[in-house]
Design a protein around this ligand. Structure first.
Ligand SMILES: [Fe+2]
Ligand SMILES: [Fe+2]
Length: 203
């Protein structure tokens, strides 16, 4: 359990957002484990991916502890189904494409965590929660670097950017379903949308 003094409405909104973020962590563990087993990767990259899978597992544990300290969110079967489809369709037989999509996803998670940790939001003064988000944010920034460089190298620049945009559009539509919860924690969903429309500058 994580101690906090969030007002009920903020705690409820955060619990709803964790439905989305937590689902991503779970699928990331399996994605990176499977990717690490792909023969076309160098030994060095495989080691990196296994480390990422372990970090994703740790994120899942951290979020489990956080969820236990928050109210139980309303069941949302529509969102749940869409999330499952989204994460399933991130996978591709083309490994570079899969990395491009994971880079787009993890960097979007970084943007969301950045907003959650921002002094503009309603969470940042809660030190226990802020520490969890900081830990995850730092790891995710590294995951983005790895997925971005592997995706760029293996899929090529053009394809990488196409997959990035496609992933961000679909994720944006999912996040729209939780627009109210974003507002509840002090995040402006329109500003977040704008951030998520950015594409990386690739050399
Ligand atoms: Fe993660
Ligand atoms: Fe990640």
């Amino acid at each position: 359990m994580i101690g906090h003094a969030l007002p009920d409405t903020v705690a409820e909104s955060l619990a709803e957002l964790l439905l989305v973020i937590g689902c991503g962590e779970e699928s990331a563990v399996f994605a990176f484990q499977r990717l690490a087993g792909r023969g076309e990767l160098q030994h060095h990259a495989q080691g990196q991916l296994l480390r990422i899978a372990r970090e994703e597992e740790h994120h899942e544990q951290l979020l489990r502890g956080l969820r236990a300290s928050l109210p139980t969110p309303r069941p949302d079967p529509l969102l749940k189904g869409r999330l499952r489809r989204f994460f399933l369709t991130l996978e591709s037989r083309e490994i570079g494409v899969h990395f491009a999509r994971l880079a787009a996803l993890d960097s979007a998670v970084c943007s969301i965590l950045g907003e959650l940790r921002s002094p503009k939001g309603k969470i940042h003064l809660e030190s226990g929660i802020a520490r969890i988000f900081q830990n995850i944010h730092e790891d995710e920034a590294n995951h983005v670097r790895t997925a971005l460089s592997l995706g760029h190298e293996l899929a090529g620049r053009q394809r990488f950017l196409e997959e990035w945009v496609w992933t961000r559009q679909r994720l944006g539509a999912l996040l729209d379903m939780k627009a109210e919860a974003f507002e509840g924690v002090g995040i402006d969903p329109r500003r977040l949308h704008q951030r998520l429309r950015k594409v990386p500058r690739l050399a």
